[in-house]
Design a protein. Structure first.
Length: 166
């Protein structure tokens, strides 16, 4: 059996309703006008039901497609926000290495800095995350550990807020 996707469920529903409408039209026409009137009423009701089903299906599928695109865009922005957090945290680890001042080479620190700045500057990063990342990066460039830790917590909160909003 094929999986029940929203489009397939809508097709089954509309075809079932069209059949039901044809049966009701045939019964009502048969009761009030005889066999020929019942057949005509069933055919008319089935035609009207099929036309309405086609229009409703097209509208619903367009709404499904729009919702899918919006969900994809929100998921993409949320993924970018998490990526910014990860890259800024990697730069923070390079600025304040736990293994001591000689634990990270200047080249590695510069590479992590460059990657964090490029990630935070992407167009699709949500604005609150971009602002919080800019604050953290400025403090990391100055090597201000206490303020950088506070700003990093604010960046994590901004990313979390974007995730909750999605």
């Amino acid at each position: 059996m094929a999986p029940l996707t929203p489009a397939r469920a809508l097709t089954l529903l509309t075809s079932g309703l069209t059949c039901l409408l044809a049966a009701v039209g045939g019964l009502v026409g048969g009761l009030f006008g005889g066999l020929h009137a019942g057949l005509l009423a069933a055919a008319g009701a089935a035609t009207a039901g099929a036309l309405v089903a086609v229009v409703a299906r097209r509208r619903a599928l367009a709404a499904f497609a729009a919702a899918r695109r919006q969900a994809g865009a929100r998921g993409y922005a949320g993924g970018l926000a998490h990526g910014v957090l990860i890259q800024v945290a990697a730069y923070e680890a390079a600025v304040f290495p736990r293994s001591g001042p000689a634990g990270v080479t200047p080249e590695e620190r510069a590479a992590r800095r460059s990657l964090a700045y490029r990630m935070a500057a992407l167009d699709d990063v949500p604005e609150p995350v971009r602002r919080a990342a800019a604050d953290v990066l400025a403090l990391l460039d100055r090597a201000d550990r206490p303020l950088a830790e506070e700003a990093m917590a604010e960046l994590a909160a901004a990313v979390r807020q974007e995730y909750v909003r999605l």
